[in-house]
Design a protein around this ligand. Structure first.
Ligand code: FES
Length: 107
């Protein structure tokens, strides 16, 4: 698991910019992040870089807690950042805080 827990709290997006099932790419301090809103309203934030060959996870297909990379279909858990099945690798995922409609990431 590649969970980034420490860091500075930075505003990333407003909740109304996200839609369930669709990723959103955001650039923060030179780092490209992929934001996802879950069906329960929670928000997941990962590096926008597949652990396989760097595919843009924000453009992947979302299913439950997983996103499928648009390049070669690796299945990545949005809770842990881990590749699933026989695939090996992790993508950094970040601590998220939601205040009202404002979404913050600790980066
Ligand atoms: S780059 Fe994501 S599966 Fe290959």
């Amino acid at each position: 698991m590649a969970f980034v827990e420490a860091g500075r709290k930075v505003f990333v997006a407003n909740r109304n910019e996200l839609a369930v099932g669709l990723g959103k790419k955001v650039e923060i301090e030179g780092r490209e992040l992929a934001l996802f809103m879950q069906e329960d309203g929670s928000v997941r934030i990962l590096d926008n870089k597949c652990p396989h060959k760097g595919g843009p996870l924000s453009e992947g297909i979302v299913s439950g807690n997983y996103v499928y990379c648009p390049l070669h279909d690796w299945k990545i858990c949005m809770k842990t950042g881990s590749a699933q099945g026989g695939d090996q690798g992790n993508v950094a995922c970040f601590t998220v805080e939601v205040e009202g409609d404002d979404i913050y990431v600790f980066i």
